[in-house]
Write a protein that binds this ligand. Sequence first.
Ligand code: MG
Length: 259
Amino acid sequence: MSMRTPGAVTIKRPSEIDRMRGAGAILAGILEVLHAELRAGVTTGDLDAIAERMIRDAGAIPSFKGYGTNPPFPGSICASVNDEVVHGIPSPRRRVANGDVVSIDIGCILDGWHADCARTWIVGSAPREVSDLVDATRRGMEAGIAAARPGQRLGDVGHAIESVAREHGYGIVRPFVGHGIGRSMHEDPQVPNYGTPGLGLQIEAGMCFAIEPMFNLGGDDVFVADDNWTVRTSDGSLSAHFENTIAVTEAGPEVLTER
Ligand code: MG
């Protein structure tokens, strides 16, 4: 992957990060509710309706709804079940069952500033190898965030994430990556979930990133389904996805999408 020029990466002022913190707090609260609502028999459309109502009640705008073309994304969340990796379209016909692995991605805009985050949860219980995948994907995100400090490089972030997947032999999704975030949901730079230490853009205080590893129980490969959105594993293996929006401060990374 080619890294774009550092000049295109925006540095946010503290007052701007504060607006993003507000958007992130809305998402953190909604994810707590969605987690509590997730049980066998619930549809991903039910979760989408709850999320959209809560975003709008908070005075924010769902950033996913209407995003893109061919077709515009119809939901306020992405709901990706089992071998679906990311960008699953929520539906009142998609009922989850015990043992399903459900990844919920959500984004909103508050006063023109974005936040974006994702969690993967297991409905009821699942075999140990499944809960291990979910736990490792969260740890991959946390390792990437911990590496996002002033003076480090994006390759350090990607390497930290990749190292967690490698420990377990999980597949790493490469065509979909983290990103800068701010006035737009997707800003420069791209933040791959793999990398070489010491290479890539140098990280500075005021940069804001969405760091979002996707790990597969099987191989790396994925494809986009016929709906033009849903990304699935090529081998049908289970996948997990975690994402936080962070601000880099002089003291290190600050997570904006957790309480
Ligand atoms: Mg994202």
